[in-house]
Design a binder for this molecule. Structure first.
Ligand code: ADP
Ligand code: MG
Length: 546
């Protein structure tokens, strides 16, 4: 039972809803007991009322049966409502946990997966609500009813009870076959869905390149083929389900008729009363409900179990917290040393996809401006990503003031580093809002100052509050994006500043403003300039070529 192990991911969320589940269970037990009463009253109506010709008894037992029906109805309403509330709370909680965990996964985890794929993985959590489906709740009550019905029936007629029990393996066989097949196909369906949504998201975000290469149509064809494959699988699944459900219905009706036939013969022989038949007919259905539900139960719960096992990807991979140490980084005191650093990018199966560098050695000293030079693809950006702790599995040592990076709480290191990266992502909203995420409580004066010395005022005519930015900054020019990123970095005012080809898209005029402020504004801070040209060499104290 591998899935039992997966329940550990849900334990914290289950704990929160434990009181509600307990209440639901009590209601379900009461409900099942109530359901056992009416068939018995029906028997009494026939045997004591009809046969005994006592109208008073007919009315009394009839009234009581109605009362119990009504109580069951109220209890059912209560339990279902409570179920819905609890299941929704539970799902939100699990989704939150999955999201929190996802956010602290290392970069290598994201490198190997499409974002749409992960998105769809989070949405799959919704399938977990099947754990709270009415089927589960009926399953519990049906077991109680089964026990009660069995005892009462056994007392009325051992033969009929025995014949009815013979049907149970048939129901079980159909149900278990259905659930096996469904488990297989739901896993395949979920994976297909996640992949398709990954591809879809990628197509939309790279639409301009698709258009430029005139390959929208080819791409759409590929996607539509994937939609069709998903649909085919769905149709097959649904046909299979229908056949199974119909078979189950057939056998339960057949069993009902068999009770009627045998009871009929027994009544003719005088071995059974009419009331006994009415009771047997009422209870015999209850014998099959658990097995029948067991079929639907495993069917309903299957998608939940599958999606639960798929959460392993997120819960079983190590998070950044687990990969890094606890020591808080309070700011650089002396130097950062890269000692015999080697690094390779790896895929999901840990196979090397790109050996970036071997045995690199250099030092970045406190308060100095250090520059890293090298052609495209030599690994300059990668070196800075290592410093930011994006990829923990390098060999060699990155020492900050003599302490290995792995011993630090990586968030405290990132906190002290300001970076203008090569691939700038701005958030949807105004430029003003984008600057404000740099630090809490920035004053208008600080914002305006940064706007000016980053070259933004040179590139934008509008007020920063009126500049709307769409999705990552796709409505801005490369240079404008860079200038905003530089302003944001200036405002964060970190201990260590990294400019990764931060001026590559700026015009000469703006570039001069930025370089000027880089020299003056960041004077005394530890600075790293990454560039593929030697133009910026003049402002650095020390350089290293890759
Ligand atoms: N996430 C990644 N997965 C695999 N390979 C990568 C990844 N990022 C960069 N690379 C490869 O690593 C090499 C170094 O990249 P990078 O550090 O960005 O170079 P630079 O900044 O010097 O231009 C390149 O060959 C690039 O193709
Ligand atoms: Mg780079």
């Amino acid at each position: 039972m591998k899935f039992m192990n997966d329940f550990k991911y849900l334990k914290p969320s289950f704990k929160k809803i434990a009181p509600q589940i307990f209440t639901i269970l009590i209601i379900v037990v009461l409900l099942s007991l109530c359901a056992l009463v009416p068939p018995y009253y029906s028997k009494l109506i026939f045997d004591d009322g009809v046969v005994g010709k006592d109208e008073g008894k007919i009315l009394l037992y009839g009234g009581l049966a109605i009362l119990f029906f009504f109580i069951s109805l109220v209890l059912e309403f209560l339990s279902k409502t409570l179920f819905t509330i609890t299941s929704n709370r539970f799902i939100v909680d699990v989704k939150g946990n999955v999201l929190n965990r996802l956010m602290i996964m290392p970069m290598a985890f994201f490198d190997t997966k499409q974002s749409g794929y992960l998105h769809s993985r989070i949405n799959e959590v919704n399938s977990l609500s099947a754990m709270f489906s009415p089927t589960i709740f009926s399953f519990i009550s049906s077991i109680i009813q089964f026990t009660g019905a069995f005892i009462i029936m056994f007392n009325i007629s051992k033969t009929i009870t025995f014949i009815m029990l013979c049907f149970i393996p048939v129901f079980y066989l159909i149900a278990s076959q259905m659930s096996k097949a469904l488990k297989r196909s739901s896993r395949q369906l979920m994976e297909m869905n996640a992949k398709t949504s990954g591809n879809l998201q990628e197509s939309i975000s790279s639409i301009s390149d698709l258009k430029q290469f005139n390959s929208q149509e080819k791409n759409s064809k590929k996607l539509i083929k994937q939609f069709q494959d998903v649909a085919k699988k769905r149709i097959l699944q649904s046909i299979f389900l229908s056949v199974g459900t119909q078979l189950l219905k057939f056998f339960s009706s057949a069993a009902g008729i068999i009770v009627l036939i045998i009871s009929g013969i027994f009544i003719v022989k005088g071995e059974l009363s009419l009331g006994d038949y009415v009771a047997l007919a009422g209870y015999s259905g209850m014998l099959f409900v658990p097995v029948q539900l067991f079929g639907t139960f495993s069917l309903t719960i299957q998608p939940a179990l599958v999606s639960l096992s798929r959460l392993r990807v997120i819960f079983d991979n190590k998070t950044e917290e687990e990969l890094w140490g606890k020591k808080e980084f309070k700011g650089i005191e002396n130097k950062i040393e890269f000692k015999n650093i080697s690094f390779a990018y790896k895929d999901e199966e840990e196979n090397i996809i790109k050996n970036v560098f071997d045995n690199i050695n250099f030092k970045i000293e406190k308060g100095k401006c250090f520059s890293l030079f090298g052609r495209n693809g030599t690994g300059k950006s990668t070196l800075m990503k290592l410093l930011l702790g994006f990829y923990p599995d390098y060999t060699g040592k990155i020492l900050i003031d003599g302490v290995e990076l792995h011993d630090y709480d990586i968030n405290s290191v990132r906190e002290k580093i300001g970076i203008v990266s090569q691939s700038i992502m701005l958030f949807s909203g105004t430029a003003y809002e984008n600057l404000n995420i740099a630090k809490d409580g920035l004053t208008a004066e600080e914002l305006n100052h940064a706007w000016k010395i980053s070259g933004c005022s040179n590139l934008f005519k509008e007020d920063m509050r009126n500049i709307m930015i769409i999705e990552g900054g796709k409505n801005l020019s490369g240079g404008q994006k860079q200038a905003i990123a530089i302003a944001r970095c200036l405002l964060k005012n970190s201990d260590i500043i990294i400019f990764d080809e931060a001026t590559a898209h700026l015009d000469v005029n703006t570039k001069d403003i930025v370089i000027d402020s880089f020299v003056n504004y960041f004077q005394g801070k530890t600075r790293v300039i990454i560039s593929h040209d030697k133009e910026l060499d003049s402002i650095s104290d020390k350089s290293f070529a890759l």
